[in-house]
Design a binder for this molecule. Structure first.
Ligand SMILES: NC(=O)c1ccc[n+]([C@@H]2O[C@H](COP(=O)([O-])OP(=O)(O)OC[C@H]3O[C@@H](n4cnc5c(N)ncnc54)[C@H](O)[C@@H]3O)[C@@H](O)[C@H]2O)c1
Length: 293
């Protein structure tokens, strides 16, 4: 365990926050997970238990480790319960106002030495840091979805982040069994900057009628050894999320090469968001899912 970090706070008990709490508890940290929504607080421990159960069945975690991890997770609806934390990882909805409100509420709660990290996928870490009273102790800690499965953590220092803070977060990521990779604070950082335009290009290929969705996916799976073709991956991530990343790139880098494909915009307008809405580039009412184009 990193010597000076023993208790980790997680703000937001959503999809990512629960996963982050799970991997921190498995690594031996005491975890306090806070959410504004009482229902999320009430379900956090059971969600983590279910996910750990899957890891036990897969043989990646022992039953004893799972029991010990669950005992280390303390869900709460009271923000002051985060006061013992040496590190707080904010993982609330991708909305700058919501994140700023969390930082303001945390200010009187956090100890002066505590590090505040954000799991944002696309908002400037430097800009978020400037909304806090501790920009030198503020850093991006971008986990990948699903958190228990994915090996990478992107670590994003803002302009004001102190080097020892970046180093501490890299050490925590290693302790979680992840590999940290440091990326500078430019739009969409590194993984999404490369991945989202690839997916967007696959949507253009579909839009122009070069091939059907299943052929595009088969081509990338067989021809480039991608474990999941780009359109299946888009459905998995959520088409609204892919569109918002493309918009961040288009606006932030002002380059036409990041123009979101009109078909992507149309699908999002239709509410075809991928797996979570039952339909995107595939229709999930069918088994196996049927291409929609
Ligand atoms: N989903 C992904 O694939 C993914 C991947 C990497 C990073 N992220 C980032 O992780 C963050 C969380 O995403 P998610 O997918 O878990 O979202 P989610 O919608 O599943 O969860 C967000 C949670 O934040 C809570 N919340 C909102 N406002 C709050 C407040 N003021 N105080 C406390 N809790 C509050 C909500 O109640 C909800 O439980 C976002 O910044 C997102 O960009 C997401």
């Amino acid at each position: 365990m990193t010597p000076d970090i023993r208790t980790i706070g997680v703000v937001g008990a959503g999809n990512m926050g629960n996963g982050i709490a799970q991997v921190c508890a498995l690594a031996g940290y005491t975890v306090v997970i806070y959410d504004i929504d009482a229902a999320k607080v009430a379900s956090a421990r059971a969600t983590i238990e279910t996910s750990l159960g899957r890891q036990v069945r897969r043989g990646t975690v022992s039953a004893d480790q799972a029991v010990a991890a669950v005992a280390k997770v303390h869900p709460t609806g009271t923000i002051t319960h985060l006061s013992p934390c040496e590190l707080v990882i904010e993982s609330v909805s991708e909305d700058e106002e919501a994140k700023r409100a969390v930082y303001a509420a945390l200010q009187p709660v956090l100890r002066p030495s505590a590090i505040l990290a954000t799991d944002t996928s696309s908002i400037s870490v430097t800009r978020l840091a400037s909304a806090t009273e501790r920009p030198a102790q503020f850093v991006g800690m971008h986990f990948m979805n699903p958190v228990p499965m994915m090996e990478l953590v992107e670590v994003i220092p803002g302009v004001a982040t102190a080097p020892h803070v970046t180093a501490s977060i890299e050490a925590v990521a290693r302790r979680l069994g992840k590999t940290p990779v440091v990326a500078q604070d430019f739009p969409a950082f590194m993984v999404n900057r490369i991945l989202a335009p690839m997916i967007n290009e696959a949507i253009y290929v579909l839009y122009e009628g070069v091939a059907t969705a299943d052929r595009i996916d088969a081509a990338l799976e067989l021809g480039a050894h991608h474990p999941m073709g780009p359109l299946k991956l888009a459905d998995f991530i959520g088409l609204d999320i892919v569109l918002s990343i493309m918009r961040v790139l288009h606006e932030g880098l002002a380059d036409q090469k990041y123009r979101p494909c009109p078909l992507l915009i149309r699908y999002v307008e239709a509410g075809w968001l991928g797996r979570k809405s039952g339909r995107g580039f595939y229709d999930y009412a069918f088994d196996p899912p049927k291409p929609t184009r």
